[in-house]
Structure formats: structure tokens, C-alpha cells
Design a protein around this ligand. Structure first.
Ligand SMILES: CC(C)(COP(=O)(O)OP(=O)(O)OC[C@H]1O[C@@H](n2cnc3c(N)ncnc32)[C@H](O)[C@@H]1OP(=O)(O)O)[C@@H](O)C(=O)NCCC(=O)NCCS
Ligand SMILES: [Zn+2]
Length: 219
């Protein structure tokens, strides 16, 4: 069995004093965010990783060693990595999520924006068969967010990111979540419930069936 922990927190749980536990790179990234909400989401994501891994390793959260090096350019804006575990962080609107597994994991949460012009974004991110399915959806913003999070979860598990969106085909929003076309190996995909107005999905690169334990992060 493929066990994955998913932790959710609300952005309001972030506190300025958490900054003290961030490493130098994280403090620089924190300072560079202009909007308070972006600062809070980033800070809470880092804090969740540090505190939850610290608790597992019996270490103070500031002592947890994290690597954020981007494999493409070397800057510290890549997928967060730590020895001995697989991690994925996602934030959107009110929510910050963290997945912890043993096989590579990808977590994606998106606030559903009912004002967004779905067709434009969908044309750039969905495959032709997905676009045809989306055209039949009653609630297009929700259907698109379901597609997006399923695809993005997989691409966050591989580390590829949004560049690969059109190369992946997943099942339609009214179908159970599965990957229909992809050049990679075995993958497990799950939709997650976060809150009203949000879509979220989890992908794990493994042939083993998935067992997800979901919990609220408490500070
Ligand atoms: C990175 C990316 C996957 C984030 O998606 P998003 O929906 O905007 O944001 P999310 O909140 O869901 O995810 C952000 C988290 O993903 C993680 N992340 C960053 N790059 C990642 C990647 N390539 N793969 C998986 N996870 C990644 C980080 O942990 C980040 O959180 P943190 O920096 O606060 O710790 C997406 O923006 C993307 O694909 N960007 C382009 C990737 C790229 O071009 N990389 C090369 C740059 S030189
Ligand atoms: Zn980069």
C-alpha cells in the first residue's frame, strides 16, 4: 500500500513569528513577495513542511534541511525536497496543503474562479479530448478546475510543472480520476475535498494502490 499524508491549513493560521524558523533562502523569498496573502501562503507552506518533518525526525523545525533548487536554472524556486521523504506543497486562496509520501507525490489545490474566461485558459492547457468534454459541462469553471488540478498534480509529482499540461490526458470531471494518456509509468490519482469553491487532486508515481490520510494542520 502506498500511504500518503495530506495536511491542510488555512492561510489565517500564518503568524509573523514563524519567519524565525525559515532558512536564509526562504527568508529572502518571503521578503520578495509583495502581497500579504502570498507571503502568508508561502510562510505557512514552509512552516508545515518544517514542523511536520521536524516532528517525524525529533528535530526543531528550523533544523530541518530543505532543498528548493530548480533543476532547470539552479534558483531556489523548485519543488521542495528533504532526505527520506517525498513532498508536494500547494496553495490557493484560503488554503495551503502539503502531501508527504514515500513515492513521488504531487498536490494541487485551486480556487475555482467563476469570473475567469475558461475557454481561453482551457485552450492552452487541455488536450483536444478534454476540451470536447469541457464543452459539455454545466459548471465550466468547476469542470476546468477539476481537469487542471488532476493534470497539475501529476506534473507536480514528476517535477515538470505546467509546461507538460497538454501532453497529459486525464478522465473527465464526472468520471473517477485516472490518467488516460501519459508517457510516464504507473500513477495513482485522487481528487481531494478541501472546501466550497476549491478543487484539489493528488498524484503519486507508483503502481501501488493509494491510501490517503487527510488531516488539519494545527499550529
Ligand atoms: C511550480 C508550479 C508547478 C506551481 O503551481 P501553482 O499552481 O502556481 O502553485 P502551487 O501553490 O500549487 O505550488 C507551489 C509549490 O510547488 C512547488 N514547486 C515548485 N516548482 C515545482 C515543480 N517544478 N514541480 C513540482 N512542484 C514544484 C513548490 O514547493 C511551491 O511551493 P513553495 O515554493 O511555496 O514551497 C507551476 O507554477 C509551474 O509549473 N511553473 C513553471 C515551472 C517551470 O517553468 N520551472 C522552470 C523555471 S526556471
Ligand atoms: Zn528555475
Amino acid at each position: 500500500m502506498n500511504e500518503v499524508e495530506v495536511w491542510w491549513a488555512r492561510v489565517g493560521q500564518a503568524r509573523p513569528e514563524f519567519v524565525a524558523d525559515l532558512n536564509a533562502v526562504e527568508q529572502q523569498r518571503y521578503a520578495a513577495y509583495r502581497r500579504d496573502a502570498d507571503k502568508a501562503r508561502f510562510l505557512l507552506g514552509v512552516t508545515m513542511v518544517r514542523r511536520l518533518l521536524g516532528a517525524r525526525m525529533s528535530l526543531p523545525s528550523a533544523s530541518v534541511v530543505l532543498d528548493r533548487t530548480c533543476p532547470d536554472c539552479g534558483k531556489p524556486h523548485g519543488k521542495v525536497r528533504a532526505d527520506g521523504v517525498e513532498l508536494s506543497v500547494s496553495h490557493s486562496g484560503d488554503w495551503v496543503g502539503l502531501a508527504i509520501g514515500t513515492a513521488p507525490v504531487g498536490l494541487d489545490v485551486e480556487q475555482i474562479d467563476s469570473r475567469v474566461e475558461v475557454d481561453g485558459v482551457a485552450g492552452m492547457s487541455l488536450a483536444p479530448e478534454e476540451l470536447a468534454e469541457l464543452a459539455r459541462a454545466h459548471d465550466k469553471p468547476r469542470a476546468f478546475a477539476t481537469y487542471w488540478t488532476r493534470k497539475e498534480a501529476l506534473l507536480k509529482a514528476t517535477g515538470e510543472g505546467i509546461a507538460g499540461l497538454q501532453s497529459v490526458v486525464v478522465s473527465g470531471p464526472d468520471q473517477p480520476p485516472v490518467v488516460l494518456k501519459w508517457e510516464g509509468g504507473a500513477v495513482q490519482l485522487a481528487d481531494l475535498e478541501v472546501g466550497n469553491g476549491y478543487a484539489a487532486a493528488l498524484a503519486v508515481l507508483s503502481p501501488e494502490p493509494l491510501n490517503v490520510a487527510v488531516d488539519q494542520f494545527r499550529v
